[in-house]
Design a protein around this ligand. Structure first.
Ligand code: NDP
Length: 500
C-alpha cells in the first residue's frame, strides 16, 4: 500500500495527527470540545447501530450467481430465465426468525431464505423460508403471531403459554408447527437446507398466458439437521455456528449450491384443486405438480463487509420483474407492503440506493430527494411532461385477474383439510426416527405451558393424525381419552372447553 493511502483521516478526509490522545488542558483533567476529531469519532460510534429487523434479525449471507439449466420460456418471459446457460448475479441472506441480532443460529425456528437476483430488468427478490408453508394465511395475524415467538412483555422471557396458546387457537398452524418441531426446525447449517417461495406466484409468458407457480431451492449439500440436544449444546459453544459454516466454506472454496425447481399449476386447475391453492399453510403435492428443473444457485463470494452488504440488504417479495407477479395470497399481499415499509424505517427512504440494494439497471422516474439521496436527477420532476422524460411502457402490464365480488372481512372457515397435510407428513413422510424426535421436541417445549393449553394443542395434533396426538398426549401425561374427545369437537367447542 502506498504511504499516503495508509494515512488516517477524519470523515472529511482531513489528515489526523493523533488518534490516542484527546486535546486537553495542560494537567489532562479537562477535554476540549474543540477536538473535532474526538467529537466526530464518538458521535459516529454512538450511531453505529441501526434498528434491528423485527423478524429475521440474525442472519448471514453471501454473493453468487444463478444459472439457467432448463428452458421454462413457455411459462415465463422473465428475461433472466430466457436462455439455458444465462447467469445472473445474486445475493442471498439466510436467517432465523424470532431471535434478536445476537441470538444463537441453532434456535428452533424457520430459517429465512432470501435471494436477490440483479437482473437486466431490475431486481427480483425471492423472499422465502426453509419451509414450504407458513403458520398463518392472513397478514392481519402476523404481528400477534410474532409476539408469541418473542419474549413475554412483562418478564422478557420465552413464554411457552403464549407460543402454544396462539398455535392451538390458530390450528391452521399445525402443518408448519409439525415441520418446525421435526429436526428440520434445527438445520445443521444454512448450506444444508432447502428454500421455498412457500407462496404461489404468477408466471406469465410472451403471449400473456399465466400460470401459478411455487419455487423450490433444493440443497445440493443434502439435508442435514441437528437434534434438539446438539442444537442446545451448539447454542452455548458456538452460537454463530451457521454464520461461521457459510463464511468458512466459501472461504475454503467450497461453494454451496441449490438446484432450483418450479411447480406449475394452470389457472383452471387452481379453481378445482380441492382447497384454496393460494393458502400458504398448504403445499401442492409433488405427485400432482412434479418439480420441473429451472436452474442452479451458487454462492461463491463472501461479503467484504457484513454490515454494508448483509445487514443493510433489503429484500421484498414485491420486487418482481416482468414475467413474474404476485398471486391472490392474502399473506403475500401483506408482506408486499410490510417488507419495504420496514426497510424505510430501518434504512431510510432511499434504502434502495445502498449499493447492495440498488439494481444494476438504471433507475428512471420522478421520485426525488429524501434522506441520503444519491441520485442527481434534474428536471423534469413530474409526469406527464413534454421534455422527453422517461415514460411507462404498456407492454409490461401484468395479465389481469378477475376479482369481482363483495369486499369484506371474509374469514377462512376451518375445515378438516387444515389438519390433513400435517397428518400426511407425520403418517407417510416421516420415518420412525423423525417421529420420535418430533414428539420429543414438542413435549420438551409444550410441557412448560398450562395444562389446558397442552390439552387443546394435543387435540390439534390428534386431529392431524391419531397416533401423533396420542404420542404427544402420552409424552405430556395427559388423558388420551380427553384429548380424543377434544379432537372430535369443532374448533369453537374445543376453545370453549379449554377456556380455563
Ligand atoms: P412427497 O412424498 O412427494 O414429498 C414429501 C416431501 O416432504 C419431500 O419434499 C421431503 O423433502 C419433505 N420432507 C421430509 N421430511 C420433512 C420434514 N421433516 N419437514 C418438512 N418436509 C419434509 O409428498 P407430497 O408432495 O405429496 O407432500 C406430502 C407432505 O410432504 C406434505 O403434506 C408436506 O407436509 C410435505 N412436503 C411437501 C412439499 C411439497 O411441495 N409438496 C415440500 C416439502 C414438504 P426431501 O425431498 O428433502 O426429503
Amino acid at each position: 500500500m502506498e504511504e499516503k493511502n495508509k494515512r488516517m483521516t477524519t470523515n472529511q478526509g482531513i489528515p489526523v495527527d493523533n488518534d490516542q490522545a484527546s486535546i486537553t488542558t495542560q494537567n489532562q483533567h479537562l477535554t476540549l470540545l474543540s477536538d473535532t476529531h474526538l467529537v466526530e469519532k464518538l458521535a459516529h460510534f454512538d450511531r453505529e447501530r441501526i434498528p434491528e429487523r423485527v423478524v429475521h434479525a440474525k442472519g448471514a449471507g453471501a454473493h453468487g450467481y444463478f444459472e439457467v439449466t432448463n428452458d421454462v420460456t413457455k411459462y415465463t418471459c422473465a428475461s433472466f430465465l430466457s436462455q439455458i446457460g444465462k447467469k445472473t448475479e445474486i445475493l442471498a441472506r439466510f436467517s432465523t426468525v424470532g431471535g434478536g441480532r445476537g441470538s444463537a443460529d441453532t434456535a428452533r425456528d424457520p430459517r429465512g431464505f432470501a435471494v436477490k437476483f440483479y437482473t437486466e430488468e431490475g431486481n427480483y427478490d425471492m423472499v422465502g423460508n426453509n419451509t414450504p408453508v407458513f403458520f398463518i394465511r392472513d397478514a392481519i395475524k402476523f404481528p400477534d403471531f410474532i409476539h408469541t415467538q418473542k419474549k413475554n412483555p412483562v418478564s422478557n422471557l420465552d413464554d411457552a403459554d403464549a407460543f402454544w396458546d396462539f398455535m392451538s387457537l390458530t390450528p391452521e398452524s399445525v402443518h408448519q408447527a409439525t415441520i418446525l418441531f421435526s429436526d428440520r426446525g434445527t438445520p445443521y447449517s444454512y448450506r444444508h437446507m432447502h428454500g421455498f417461495t412457500s407462496h404461489a406466484y404468477m408466471w406469465y409468458n410472451e403471449k400473456g398466458e399465466h400460470f401459478w407457480i411455487k419455487l423450490h431451492f433444493r440443497t445440493d449439500q443434502g439435508i442435514k439437521n441437528l437434534t434438539r440436544q446438539q442444537a442446545t449444546e451448539l447454542a452455548g459453544t458456538d452460537p454463530d455456528h451457521a454464520t461461521r459454516d457459510l463464511f468458512d466454506s466459501i472461504k475454503r472454496g467450497e461453494h454451496p449450491s441449490w438446484s432450483v425447481y418450479v411447480q406449475i399449476m394452470k389457472p383452471e386447475e387452481a379453481d378445482r384443486y380441492g382447497f384454496d391453492a393460494f393458502d400458504v399453510t398448504k403445499t401442492w403435492s409433488q405427485k400432482d405438480y412434479p418439480l420441473i428443473p429451472v436452474g442452479k444457485m451458487v454462492l461463491d463470494r463472501n461479503p467484504e463487509n457484513y454490515f454494508t452488504e448483509i445487514e443493510q440488504a433489503a429484500f421484498s417479495p414485491g420486487n418482481l420483474v416482468p414475467g413474474i407477479a404476485i398471486s391472490p395470497d392474502k399473506m403475500l399481499q401483506g408482506r408486499v407492503f410490510s417488507y419495504p415499509d420496514t426497510h424505510r424505517h430501518r434504512l431510510g427512504a432511499n434504502f434502495d440506493m445502498i449499493p447492495v440494494n440498488a439494481p444494476k439497471t438504471q433507475v428512471r422516474n420522478y421520485q426525488r430527494d429524501g434522506a441520503m439521496n444519491m441520485h442527481s436527477y434534474g428536471a423534469p420532476n413530474y409526469y406527464p411532461n413534454s421534455f422527453d422524460g422517461p415514460a411507462p411502457d404498456k407492454k409490461y402490464a401484468v395479465p389481469p385477474v378477475d376479482v369481482a365480488g363483495i369486499a369484506a372481512r371474509h374469514e377462512y372457515q376451518l375445515s378438516d383439510m387444515d389438519y390433513q397435510q400435517a397428518g400426511v407428513l407425520y403418517g407417510r413422510v416421516l420415518s420412525e426416527y423423525d417421529k420420535t424426535n418430533l414428539v420429543d421436541n414438542i413435549v420438551s417445549h409444550i410441557k412448560n405451558a398450562a395444562r389446558r393449553i397442552q390439552l387443546r394443542q394435543a387435540a390439534v395434533f390428534y386431529k392431524a393424525h391419531e397416533e401423533y396426538g396420542t404420542r404427544v398426549a402420552q409424552g405430556l401425561g395427559l388423558d388420551v381419552g380427553e384429548v380424543k374427545k377434544l379432537a372430535e369437537m369443532s374448533h369453537e367447542e374445543r376453545v370453549k372447553a379449554t377456556a380455563q
